[in-house]
Design a binder for this molecule. Sequence first.
Ligand code: ASP
Length: 316
Amino acid sequence: MSLAAPYSIVIHGGAGTILRDKMSAEVESDYRRVLSSAVKAGHAVLAQGGTSDDAVIKAILVLEDSPLFNAGHGAVFTHEGTVELDASIMRGDDLNAGAVTGVKRVRNPILLAQQVMLNSPHVMLMGQGAEDFAKLQGLELVDNSYFHTERRRRQLQRVIDSNQAVAASEDSSDEFEVQKFSTVGAVALDQQGNITAGTSTGGMTNKRYGRIGDSPVIGAGTYADNQACGISATGHGEYFIRAAVAHDICARVKYQGIDLRTAADAVINDKLIQMGGDGGIIGIDPKGNVVYTFNTPGMYRASIDTSGHLDVQIFR
Ligand code: ASP
């Protein structure tokens, strides 16, 4: 009798100062509902024997299309009042990867990152060129206003009023989120034993000068290696780039022979804290063990583990 191959999925919708006593039951249930439908959409792909790439994409599409998260529709505004999106995806078997940055018209940037991975010799495309490539691949393009929401416009105004040239922390007009990084991401292990990780974001409120965070940077916001783990990060991108967070966690697992939880803890709760960087990660190891690690009061997160157990959480 052969044992069925394990499969699992974990997602995040950003980390930050997300406070239980400030969040209404209604808002909390909205977040829980979308997190759970995203993780279930990805899990259904895995249960049918589909690939981890497809599972990650399916989950992220739900989060990009929801106005609640800082990705796709509902992403944060730049200083100029536009939305500029970043996304990346990586596979753990052949270490193939795709990323896009500064796209303004691609409805679902994670789909474009996937096309870069599968149908181009490149890893990262930016701005107009990335959009030309999206058109060639037949992806849906929309007007930038499709991404805009009133809630994010208020956030931009508050950050501008508080005179932060680049918002180090996303100062929210929603009381339950004092500071947050509500990028989205997903990591999945499929029944063929492949791990895929993906991340999608609008970056930081009030960003300017073409600022790019960690989310589209392979090794910083996203990394996958079947000999170690898959990681998607969320947090203050400048620190995540400097600490090469996603790759560092995988490298510790691979070369130090430690487990994913211990490696993630060392990077997020020790190295990053010493540097002053806020945020967290989600990850999966080759056995399908799921990990969430963050150094902030909350992180929107959900998983369905190898036993099929659904977990949806927001606060610490
Ligand atoms: N890491 C993202 C960035 O710095 C922000 C986030 O996680 O929300 O662009």
